[in-house]
Design a protein around this ligand. Structure first.
Ligand code: IVH
Length: 675
């Protein structure tokens, strides 16, 4: 009897999986909703009688397991790359020409053209046909395990259909929220007086980041697969990308029905025209088109740059513009006190994104565009770029408009605002006493290239600032475990870690210290140059403008910022506090090493991914040897150090006949000098 019931349960599971597939993937329901519900109810009844028979692949489990306490990091078996962008038909013609050149052929190339969904990339691993793990893209190398949420996607089979799948199959695609789900979700948020999601991508990301899978189950995310990661050896990929995707479809995996195989630049352009026409009617938001070379042996031949495959490109749609009312202009105060006017807009949807703020850059821009408060304005958003105000709609200007004026006093701290000579920038003179600058200054002070204090995140800094526990960087060195442990989301252990990091940061370098102070216009390189030139903090503080402009990279404006900074008594107080707390550094000794090294006074470019050192360690070593490390290859470059997957910079170096070193060769060359 029990055996029969168990068989019935298995049959029900299979039947329901089939019906789900027909409904969500094929868009072709086989039974009425009522019939589906009846079968589903039967399944629940049996599972209620025999909870021991409930398996993860049961349709009942899609409503979500128990919440997780945190996300696990997962290293991708095969890295997840991004895509290069094309912004015009010309870019696409170039794209095909580059491919033809590399393949040494005149023949038109066949591409798979597909909508670029505005969601998140995901890697889904099947082991022996069973859904085993789903991870977000993360930084491309390491993502987060979101299996608990991905399992709730109704279109995704928990078990692959058909047969012949490889032992390990990783499929990749985009998780997104349909326009319909997005709108009803946002309506619900608004009715509860909660903040709606800005766009479907944020909504999908926010949903995947939930620890409680019940939320994902309710929100019904969608998914289309468009690629793969690790595939175990015994399965031979077909000869084209489109055939591989068709195979995925046969195995029950959801793929985009709007994809097409097209030929050459003309085919790409026709598909573009066709999709632009269809765009508004598509059930999901798209932000462009992805074109991929169809032949897989060509993928092998073309390979990857450091960031993206050479066989694919994303054609972005042009910027979208809409009209809305400029309600007011707010002022944002940055780390170095620069005041940025920000447009407060009547919320409006631009290309599926709700925009209520847009940058106005600076006062000159506002005057040049003649934008006034109360105007109807044109707002533009291009791809992922910050929305901007293009200008006013003069025909609709009401009489009541007001001109925007920069305030004389900082809106955050009341200090005087001054206009910088020859520049459009207005600055608050409150320095580290302005709470807005303070928060940003602290974030900068602890950042990796400054004092490198790990564990002091933005939220913690904000909280410590709001409670007036940490107002200035030197206050950090007076924190204790008890105080930190009392903050949100902190405990004794995590507090101890932060304290250890703070203590460790006391031993630093003069360059890091100068950079950490956050003097306007003094970046990492200028700080290093100052340290190497003056060798002591006292000397930098005492330097006149004339002495400062002697330093590489330091011009009149930067020199003036430096002098002004050290002239402020409160900046001096903070510095004294830091020194009193025990922050110290050895005297820079760069020059001595530099002279006898091969790299002294040489211009070096690092490219590709290094295996033995991080990029910034490598840069530091080279600089310690007297090299100048730059970002782009030119005739002035002396050496290019090429890591794995080096791309266009390596090609250029080869063209220019510049010496190229592998990472290992370079390390060998440094020999004893690399300490
Ligand atoms: S292929 C190695 N195809 O766009 C190639 N990506 O801008 C990987 N995206 O990270 C991507 N629709 O999140 C591909 N049909 C599509 C896509 C698509 C959306 C996203 C994906 C990717 C990003 C790159």
């Amino acid at each position: 009897m029990s055996d029969n019931l168990q068989t019935e349960l298995e049959l029900l599971k299979q039947k329901l999986a089939e019906l789900n597939h027909a409904y969500y993937v094929l868009d072709n329901p086989l039974v009425s909703d009522a019939q589906y519900d009846e079968l589903y109810k039967k399944l629940l009844e049996i599972e209620k009688q025999h909870p021991e028979w409930i398996t993860l692949n049961s349709p009942s489990q899609r409503v979500g397991d128990k919440p997780l306490s945190h996300f696990e990091s997962v290293t991708h078996a095969v890295p997840m790359f991004s895509l290069d962008n094309a912004f015009s038909q010309d870019d696409l013609v170039d794209f095909q020409r580059r491919i033809k050149d590399r393949l040494n052929t005149q023949e038109e190339v066949e591409f798979s053209a597909e909508p670029k969904m505005d969601g998140l990339a995901i890697n889904i691993r099947y082991v022996d046909g069973k859904l085993a793990q789903a991870t977000t893209r993360g930084d491309g190398l390491v993502g987060e395990d979101v299996t608990h949420n991905i399992r709730t996607l109704p279109s995704l089979p928990l078990h692959l259909l058909g047969k012949g799948w490889p032992h390990i199959l990783e499929v990749r695609g985009e998780v997104f929220m349909s326009k319909q789900v997005f709108h009803s979700l946002n309506e619900e948020f608004v009715s509860r007086n909660e903040k709606p999601f800005a766009n479907p991508r944020n909504a999908a990301a926010g949903t995947l980041r939930q620890l409680d899978p019940k939320i994902a189950a309710q929100r019904k995310l969608s998914l289309y697969l468009y690629g793969w990661g690790q595939i175990s050896e015994q399965w031979l990929l077909p000869s084209t990308y489109s055939a591989a995707i068709q195979t995925f479809k046969d195995w029950g995996l959801p793929v985009n029905p709007d994809s097409q195989v097209v030929l050459g630049a003309k085919g790409m352009s026709d598909y573009y025209d066709q999709l632009i026409e269809k765009r508004a009617d598509l059930p999901y938001e798209i932000d462009g088109i992805v074109y991929k070379v169809n032949r897989l042996d060509t993928h092998e031949k073309l390979g990857f740059t450091a960031k993206a495959p050479r066989w694919a490109i994303a054609r972005k749609f042009p910027a979208e513009e809409v009209w809305t009312r400029l309600l007011d202009v707010d002022i944002q105060v940055g780390r170095t006190g620069a005041l940025t006017p920000v447009a407060r807009l009547e919320p409006v949807s631009v290309g599926g994104v709700i925009v209520s703020n847009a940058t106005l850059h600076n006062l000159d821009e506002i005057e040049r565009k003649d934008v006034r408060i109360g105007d109807m304005v044109i707002v533009r958003r291009a791809g992922d770029v910050i929305p901007e105000v293009v200008g006013p709609v003069l025909a609709q200007r009401p009489d009541s408009v007001k001109k925007f004026m920069m305030p004389n006093a900082c809106p955050e701290c009341g200090s005087a605002v001054v206009k910088e000579q020859d520049k459009a920038v207005y600055r608050c003179t409150g320095g580290l006493f302005c709470p807005a600058q303070r928060k940003r200054a602290l974030q900068h002070f602890v950042s990796r290239k400054a004092m490198d204090i790990v564990g002091l995140g933005d939220k913690l800094i904000e909280q410590l600032g709001a409670l007036e526990i940490v107002k200035h960087p030197d206050d950090l060195y007076r924190l204790d475990v008890q105080t930190l442990a009392a903050m949100d989301r902190m405990a004794e252990k995590s507090a101890q870690k932060v304290i250890d990091a703070i203590n460790a940061s006391k031993q630093t370098t003069l360059a890091r210290f100068v950079f950490a102070l956050g003097i306007p216009e003094v970046g990492e390189v200028t700080a290093k140059n100052l340290a190497n030139h003056f060798l002591s903090l006292e000397a930098i503080i005492a330097a006149t403008k004339e002495a400062l402009v002697e330093v590489d990279d330091v011009g009149d404006i930067v020199a003036e910022h430096i002098v002004n900074f050290f002239n402020q008594p409160h900046n001096k107080e903070v510095i004294d506090g830091l020194l009193a707390a025990g922050v110290h550094w050895p005297t820079p000794q760069v020059k001595a090493i530099a002279e006898n090294s091969i790299f002294a006074n040489k211009v070096v470019v690092l490219t590709g991914s290094l295996q033995q050192l991080t990029r910034s360690d490598a840069k530091q070593k080279l600089e310690a040897l007297g090299a100048k490390v730059t970002g782009s290859v030119s005739a002035k470059t002396d050496f290019v150090i090429a890591g794995e997957k080096a791309g266009s910079k390596l090609t250029k170096a080869e063209q220019l006949g510049i010496s190229v070193l592998t990472e290992a060769e370079w390390i060998e060359m440094m020999g004893d000098n690399n300490g």
